[in-house]
Design a protein around this ligand. Structure first.
Ligand SMILES: [Zn+2]
Length: 606
């Protein structure tokens, strides 16, 4: 006979209810069974892991009070993120409201159509008790219109039925906040990948959504990635996985978690049953699948293989690491590669995407000033807080980081005659740092360990790549690196149209410069970001950015025109010598007669 387990109240218990849909308010309570005798401190994270910017989520807490045994308890604000309750003996409860009107994957959002939250936006951390089990009761809103709402999250159920409101459990605070929650009348699809259930949750209206195609394509991507990291056992690192997708008119983004991802995408990027069946996905759908592939790859790379400073995260301050090129850049390298390896896109399409990435890296002169190690370190104040000068000042550790991944891959393959590749390095990182991360071995990797592991596993001295392209700002010689593999990289500057070499946007005031590229025609003439363009050689710019192209189309590269513009409502005139596009159109292609390109297939068979 089995003894029934003793029923103990959980150490930390939350309730969350979408209280005011029109006012976008969640009501939250947290009850602490054994508050600190010195007065329990509570804090809301200042940032959400995966998005490296201080966001001060506590600013959305509208009202807060404490009580114990039915009596009010004093609450002192310690700083912008934290409160301390007066000392009490028994269970202590905090009641608070969270304003949720941020339609992004990073925070919380609530209205009559759905609710979404990340734990970092709604669950106050019980300071000092983070390692204890945390339980949360997710309650149905009172509004009768929400009778049909369901709940989607990878948080383990403890009483709640799958997709139901009710009680969920987490082993600790870190796990609690790593499972975003969606509620509403979402479309639900799913598949099994190497024995693990995967849910596809789609929020937002999508006429004729082709869920069957989505299931088929995502299954192929997920199985490819699981088999990549565990070629022998094909064992996924999680028990289940959820793709939480918010569909909007125009949007793009994703945030990775240990057993789920929160995504935002444009309606047009999802496949339609009404569209003609094509073998290869269209551009928008490739973009969406690439996003899914990226976030899914993070399940291994950054959610389990982590930089040492993320193990554990300090949720109140910036966590500086020079390694985001590895965690974001390599994830970007593999996201498209996994689309080819799973048969979703052709090698030719892959090379087209690669050409675009190379072009975007070459676009800004910021690449000559900031290394991707520095870009990683300063993500908090630079990459995540880009202003109009960003192309002239910074480099993306995503795009250049992905090209560095390719540089490592090609170098290792060339120097080992195809015996080794970047895959071996990812597998070694997984083996040494990732596989047991949530199994009592939470150790992250340091910069020094990364560099020595790369050399050791590949058997190739790779210091030059670290020095030149990671710590240094040199451009990656892709054509040279690809040469041994019969892959051609060509740069073309034909059809160079006369242009200002600036970012052009539009708002109520008219056509506006959004960015001025260093050394370009606009910069040389003295135009600035924010200038509103009025006329070119006396002809009106009619408020439509494409009209500007039409006006310039009557000139040659090298011609000088007078551009009138408003700055701070003052009319100014600039003599602009028009330049052609200085950034080449990069094309990558397999030389004729070559059967397979490198780096697309794993070097060893299967
Ligand atoms: Zn990422």
């Amino acid at each position: 006979m089995k003894k029934a387990p003793q029923k103990q109240p959980p150490a930390i218990q939350y309730t969350i209810v979408p209280k005011d849909l029109a006012g976008h308010l969640f009501n939250v309570t947290v009850t602490v069974a054994e508050p600190s005798p010195d007065g329990q401190v509570f804090a809301l994270p200042a940032w959400i892991p995966g998005s490296y910017m201080i966001r001060e989520f506590a600013r959305n807490i509208v009202r807060i009070r404490a009580e114990a045994g039915g009596a009010a308890v004093g609450l002192t604000k310690l700083d912008k993120h934290a409160w301390q309750a007066a000392p009490v003996a028994g269970p202590l409860t905090l009641h608070y409201e969270v304003y949720a009107w941020d339609l992004s994957v990073r925070a919380a959002h609530l209205d009559q159509t759905h609710g979404f939250f990340n734990g970092t936006s709604v669950f106050l951390r019980v300071v000092g008790q983070e390692a204890r089990p945390h339980q949360v009761d997710i309650q149905r809103p009172g509004d009768p219109a929400t009778r049909t709402w369901r709940v989607a999250t990878a948080l383990p159920e403890a009483g709640a039925k799958r997709y139901g409101f009710g009680t969920y459990i987490a082993a600790d605070y870190d796990e609690l906040i790593d499972h975003p929650v969606e509620m509403g009348d979402f479309a639900l699809g799913g598949f099994t990948a190497h024995g693990v259930r995967h849910d596809i949750v789609i929020t937002g209206r999508v006429p004729n959504l082709d869920m069957a195609r989505l299931e088929k394509d995502l299954k192929a991507i997920c199985e490819t990635q699981i088999a990549f990291f565990e070629p022998k056992t094909k064992k996924a690192p999680m028990d289940r996985y959820v793709f939480l997708t918010m569909v909007v008119g125009d949007g793009y983004g994703g945030l990775e978690h240990r057993a789920s991802t929160a995504l935002i995408c444009s309606r047009t990027d999802l496949p339609s049953t009404a569209a003609p069946k094509t073998a290869e996905p269209n551009e928008g759908y490739i973009k969406f699948l690439g996003l899914c592939s990226h976030e899914y790859f993070h399940t291994w790379n950054v959610k389990r293989i982590k930089p040492a400073v993320f193990a554990p995260y300090d949720l109140q301050v910036e966590n500086y690491t020079p390694l985001l090129w590895l965690f974001e850049g390599f994830t970007s390298y593999y996201d498209d590669l996994m689309l080819v390896r799973s048969g979703i896109i052709s090698e030719a399409t892959y090379f087209k995407l690669l050409g675009k990435t190379v072009g975007s890296v070459l676009r800004g002169t910021g690449r000559t000033k900031q290394s991707i190690a520095d870009s990683s370190f300063d993500a908090w104040s630079k990459y995540y807080r880009q202003d109009e000068n960003a192309p002239n000042a910074i480099i993306s550790y995503y795009t250049k980081g992905s090209l560095v991944g390719l540089a490592f891959d090609l170098t290792i393959r060339a120097k080992t005659g195809g015996a080794k590749s970047l895959d071996d390095i990812m597998l070694a990182l997984w083996d040494r740092y990732g596989r047991d991360f949530y199994k009592g071995s939470p150790r992250g990797v340091t910069e020094q360990e990364v560099e020595s592991l790369f050399d050791e596993v590949s058997g190739v001295r790779l210091k030059t790549i670290f020095d030149r392209y990671i710590r240094g700002t040199e451009d990656i010689p892709l054509a040279k690196l690809y040469a041994p593999f019969s892959v051609k990289v060509t740069e073309e500057r034909k059809n160079a149209k006369p242009s200002l070499d600036a970012g052009i946007g539009r708002d109520a005031a008219g056509v506006k410069l959004t960015q001025v590229h260093e050394g370009g025609a606009a910069h040389q003439a003295g135009l600035s970001a924010g200038d509103i363009l009025i006329a070119v050689d006396g002809l009106r710019v009619n408020g439509n950015p494409s009209n500007l192209d039409q006006l310039f189309a009557r000139y040659r590269v090298g011609d000088t025109v007078t551009v009138h513009a408003f700055r701070r409502d003052e009319l100014m005139a600039f003599d602009v010598t028009l330049l052609g596009d200085r950034v080449p159109c990069v094309q990558v292609s397999i030389a004729p007669g070559t059967r397979k390109g490198p780096a697309v297939k794993r070097p060893s068979a299967s």
